[in-house]
Design a protein around this ligand. Structure first.
Ligand code: HEM
Length: 164
């Protein structure tokens, strides 16, 4: 059987982008951020400018691979309430993470209030990011197509007939 090259590439891109975006934010929150508090605005600006490129690349990587993953996984999870609950919820949370992560490295006046409370909003990004990974893991393990087939097999045949 030919290896699913697109599936492998999208998984590398998705999990890789998640590692960079979430890992980098945790490093900023607990390692770099506390040290930067009494450093010059120039130094903070230099770090913001560099991290911004990773944030934009990470968001692009997660969106592209996430959409491809989602479209390819849909047929296998038709009627799979748990998978949709996990994945659809995480996508909504991910859009919130993308917005907050973008304004924290942004410059527009309208979103300055987020950067004035960068500590609080970075914590929110970390907590949402960890929740998203947890939901993704449940979606991956608890609702694999095999799990869905097994669930159907163990269902009372009369109910299974109704479900088809
Ligand atoms: C902060 C943003 C995100 C993070 C941290 C994240 C993280 C992850 C991780 C770690 C997995 C792999 C789970 C595993 O194999 O154990 C995963 C799977 C997945 N992600 Fe994301 N993701 C994010 C955003 C998105 C977005 C925006 C989409 C869709 C547009 C998406 C769609 C998916 C899909 C469809 C899967 C596969 C689920 C399955 O195979 O059953 N993700 N995600």
């Amino acid at each position: 059987m030919d290896p699913d090259l697109l599936g492998i590439l999208m998984r590398w891109l998705h999990v890789g982008s998640a590692i960079v975006l979430l890992g980098g934010t945790i490093c900023l929150k607990f390692v770099v951020g506390p040290v930067l508090n009494d450093q010059s605005p120039e130094l903070r600006e230099a770090i913001r400018g560099r991290w911004k490129k990773f944030v934009h690349a990470g968001i692009a990587g997660l969106l592209v691979s996430g959409l491809v993953n989602y479209i390819r996984a849909l047929p296998q999870h038709q009627g799979d309430g748990l998978w949709h609950a996990m994945v659809d919820t995480k996508i909504i949370l991910a859009l919130a993470v993308f917005f907050i992560a973008s304004v924290l490295v942004g410059r527009s006046k309208g979103t300055q209030k987020f950067r004035d409370n960068a500590g609080k909003w970075t914590t929110i990004v970390v907590l949402l990011g960890l929740l998203i990974v947890a939901l993704s893991g449940v979606a991956k393990v608890a609702t694999s197509p095999k799990a869905s087939e097994a669930a159907v097999e163990n269902t009372d045949p009369r109910d299974a007939a109704l479900a088809r």
